[in-house]
Design a protein around this ligand. Sequence first.
Ligand SMILES: Cc1cc2nc3c(=O)[nH]c(=O)nc-3n(C[C@H](O)[C@H](O)[C@H](O)COP(=O)(O)OP(=O)(O)OC[C@H]3O[C@@H](n4cnc5c(N)ncnc54)[C@H](O)[C@@H]3O)c2cc1C
Length: 463
Amino acid sequence: MAGVDCQILIIGCGISGVTAAKTLTDAGFNKVRILEATNRSGGRLLTGTLGTDIIDLGAAFIHGPSEENPVFRVARHYWLLSPEALTEENQSADVSERPPMVSNWFSCSGQRLSAKDMRPALIMYSQIMDDTSMCSSEEPQWTSVGHFMRSEAKRRAAEAWKDKDEATRNLLFSALSALFKVECCSNASNSMDDIDLAGFCTYENLKGLDCTIQGGFELVIKNLVSELPPGIVTYNRPVRCVHWNNTESSGSGVTVECEDGERIAADHVILTVPLGYLQKHHSTLFHPPLPPPKVHSIQNLGFGTCNKVFVEFDVPWWGPNCEIIYLVWKDEEDITDHVTDVKQRWIRKMSSFTVQEKSESHAHILCGWIAGREAEYMESLPEEEFKQSVTELIQRFTGESRIRTDKVLKAKSHVKNWKSPMSDVHFHHVRVFQETLLSCQKESYALAGLVIRGRVVLTLTLQ
Ligand SMILES: Cc1cc2nc3c(=O)[nH]c(=O)nc-3n(C[C@H](O)[C@H](O)[C@H](O)COP(=O)(O)OP(=O)(O)OC[C@H]3O[C@@H](n4cnc5c(N)ncnc54)[C@H](O)[C@@H]3O)c2cc1C
């Protein structure tokens, strides 16, 4: 079947699937259907509440909110953006020119560290990050972003911090460890040693300073879904296998087999499952199997865990303008962004808390960030043990033992984390591997919107 009467099946009802359906139905295609494994639309976009406050458990920021960014255009279309995000000034701003977030620093011995004293570490960190863009794959001395960051930090500090005493230098190196752990969260990586330097440098920021969506990111999905033809989404319908090469005799190009055994014929399939899901299930999800170059691309992109932990306090223990809190373990002067004994020391990976914007309820909420194997281990812990660890962390760094009993575990206090059930883990990065990364990158990007023999389209959302 050709033209607008062809049958199109979309697998997954996250923002990729919903947008694909909206685009096709707006263009007049009248046989579009979405199959979603869970009972909701949105996938990794999930807005929840903490007390009476709205919080985004999944994506929260539109990165690069400007005309080029389709998410920005959709959010603007539904009037979901603040007046500030809509200004020309915000849309044309270069993210690298954004002033650093106002930070508060605490050490593991329960002391508040002066932000001024920690400034050399922040400056060093941002200069090294900026300089990654000058590195290319022709510089084989760097095996990874982590290797580059550590080596450069040590080399530059030998000159820049030579007049500082040893204790100060060690504290600054430990502060760099905290900052490198934060970088792991931006990349959903276990360690920056897993991230390929050349691939890292290909990341381009769109213009515009990050903005959030008032009322929560999930409103984007809700608005889009409300404009789809009724009944187009079938929930609780996980797909087991896509038979894509005329292996079924239905006459249609593709047959989609659901977990419950139902088989649905289609002319085209758009697959929007996350990369992590593809990595685990591609061998059974396609029949016949995908051609080796596609499998190669799927396997060689990294996909890791990044979790948010929301904690509410009756009284803030951070400064009035503070936007981010960094936790410095004083014994990490060797510059380390992951722990070796995950079971015992996973909590050390949570080196930053961002301060949630003041809400109408005036609640004081922090969002803790943790990535990699430490985050995966945290997910496996019983709720009470996890809460206790977060409480003890804050208690230790503030030197304030009352926080534990009065402010976190009781009354208005909440600690929450979330993992999207069918996403496996969270977002992608460019992983170090033996071959030249750029060739993998090209293939991987080619996966987004690739048509296999005119029938199956794979989409990968590259964050
Ligand atoms: C904690 C966190 C914070 C993030 N922060 C940001 C941010 O600030 N800004 C940003 O731009 N991005 C952010 N991201 C990334 C962003 O959320 C994702 O890139 C985006 O939501 C992906 O949308 P998607 O539709 O491609 O995939 P998903 O949202 O994962 O949707 C895929 C859908 O497919 C379904 N599915 C899976 N397998 C099957 C199957 N076999 N059969 C049927 N259905 C199936 C899933 O249930 C899901 O609904 C964040 C992600 C996380 C986890």
